[in-house]
Structure formats: structure tokens, C-alpha cells
Write a protein that binds this ligand. Sequence first.
Ligand code: SAM
Ligand code: SF4
Length: 332
Amino acid sequence: MTASPTDSFERKIDYLRLSVTDKCNLRCTYCMPEDGVPKLDHSEILSYEEVLTLARIAVGMGISKIRITGGEPLVRKDIITLCSKISNIPGIKSLSLTTNGVLLPIFAESLFKAGIRRINVSLDTLNPEKFAAITRHDRFADVWEGILAAEKAGIFPIKLNAVVLRGVNDDEIEDLAGLTISHPYHVRFIEHMPFKAGEGDGHEKKFVAAPEILERLKRVAPLSTCQENQSNGPAVYYRFRDAPGKIGIISPVSDHFCPSCNRLRVTAEGKLRTCLFSTEETDLRGALRNNLPIEAVSEIIRKAIARKPEKHELSSPVFRKCISRQMFSIGG
Ligand code: SAM
Ligand code: SF4
């Protein structure tokens, strides 16, 4: 088994988030414009063969955890076949998926059979009307059905991710957290990130900081910290007494999780980003299409890892204006 690469700050890099599309069947107000975005030409998107080659190269370098994301990954044709091929790469330890859940009622069982064991589902509200307002599509019932279907299929853990938006869904923090009492789900609250700050995305008005979320939760019932998760990923986990599920708080803005960042991202067009908020990208599609040998592509990735920034500069307004992509096109 190859040892995972480390970056210049001694962080072990063992996790890759692979975006398979920038298309989506929802239009969340904080992520995508209502009219969508100019479509990438099919030839600009990595083919499945290319995605698979990249996944093999990454696993060969010691990157043992892969998450499939987008855009909405379940809208890409033949996604099950791709998942199945990636989960069969020798040396891969975990294959997971991030989805908005709309197509989960159709795909949950085949995803499990294809090797997906962990999923993250975006769920900002339990109110169908509010769901329609946030996502601009009336699909709450499908998403809820999909979550239940994933549980039935044996996928565990199921993490429900809610972006907290002041004046929109912050009144539901307690109800969403309550799901961890009635279900074995991990409900994670995420701070809104200012991807389009330069164009006035209303970040300052919408933003609810993690300490405020935590305070609200503590007023519901005593919360204990879950030690087992502290070193794994950006969420800090808590639990209500005897609850089967956990509550996670992810604070990319108010508190850097950069010191423990173990991840790389590849966009649907094959651009490698070593930081979610990178202003730098490395083109892997060109390397693949020029038929560079595996070792040469690995070397390009290693060099990019060596340049992985120590931390993001989200608190700097100048830096915010440089952010060139939104989540759907990075791969959330
Ligand atoms: N379509 C899938 C989904 O919604 O789960 C996967 C891609 S989506 C871009 C991944 C995650 O990014 C979602 O949980 C979404 O809520 C989050 N996201 C998008 N824009 C965000 C923003 N401005 N701030 C915080 N989270 C954001
Ligand atoms: Fe689509 Fe996910 Fe972005 Fe919502 S958050 S618009 S579901 S990519």
C-alpha cells in the first residue's frame, strides 16, 4: 500500500473530491443563478474513462478516499457504472457521494450495490415550501423519500448538510437537529461561504456564524462532544444524550479547518484544486489527453500538492473578490 502524499505543511493528503458534472437539477439560491450557467461543451468535461484513469492514478499515489460530487452527480448518465468501477480500484478504502437527493429514490439501491457506502445529502429545510423557495424546485418529497431509500439500502452514515441562512432557514436549526433524535443521521450545519462576494451575494446579511448555531443548539438540550470524529474532516461533532444521530458544525468562514485539511478537488473539466478557495488550478485534462505516462501525471499532482496553500484568506475582502468559481463548478 502506497503511503499518502504529504504537503509542505506535513498534512497527509488522502482524500479526493471528484466532480463529474457542473449541471444540476436544482438551482439553490446560494449556489447557482436561476437561469443556470453557460453549459460546458461535452468535450470539455472529463470522460468516464478519464475520470477513472485519474481515480486510479490518485489511489496509486496513496489517496484512498474518493467522493463523487458535482453539480449534481446523479444527473450524469451512467453514474452507477462509474461508481462501480471506482469502488473496484484496488487500494481504495472509501467511495462516497454528495447529492441533493432528488434522484436518490431511483438510485439509492444501485448506488449501494455499486460500492457507495456513505452519502451526504443537502437538506436546508424540512418545510416543502421553503425547500421550493431555496432550491427553486418543488422536490422536497423526493429528497425525503431518497434519504429513507438510502437508509433502507444500507448506506451509512447518511449526513444531511444544511447551509444556515439568516432569515431563511435559521429558524429551523432546532428542528433539523431534532432529526438526530428520531433518526441515525448526522445533521451538519454549514456556514454560508461568500463565493460571489465580489458581485454582492448578500453574504454579510445571510451569514450565521458557528458559535451562534452552537449556542442555539445548547439551549435545546445538553450536548456532548463526540471525540471519535474530531480528527476526521472539517466538522466538529456533538450529540444530544442517547440520540442515535450526531450534529456536526462546519465553520469554513469563522474558524479555519485548514490545519487538518486532507483534500484535493478535481472539477468536471479536470482542473485540480488543492484548496476550495484556490485562485490556482492545475490542468489534468491536458495531461490525460496528451497521453502522458501515469508517473508524469502523478508528478504533476505531487507538485500541485506541494503548492497547497497553508490556509485560505476568506477574511480578506481582496481575496474574496478573486474567487472565480461557485460550488457547483468546483465540486462541493
Ligand atoms: N448537488 C450536490 C448537493 O447539493 O449536495 C453536490 C454539489 S453542492 C455544490 C455541495 C455542497 O455545497 C452542498 O451541500 C451545498 O449546500 C454546498 N454549498 C453550495 N454553495 C454554498 C455556499 N455558498 N456556502 C456554503 N455551502 C455551499
Ligand atoms: Fe445544485 Fe447542489 Fe448547487 Fe443546489 S447546492 S444548486 S443542488 S449543485
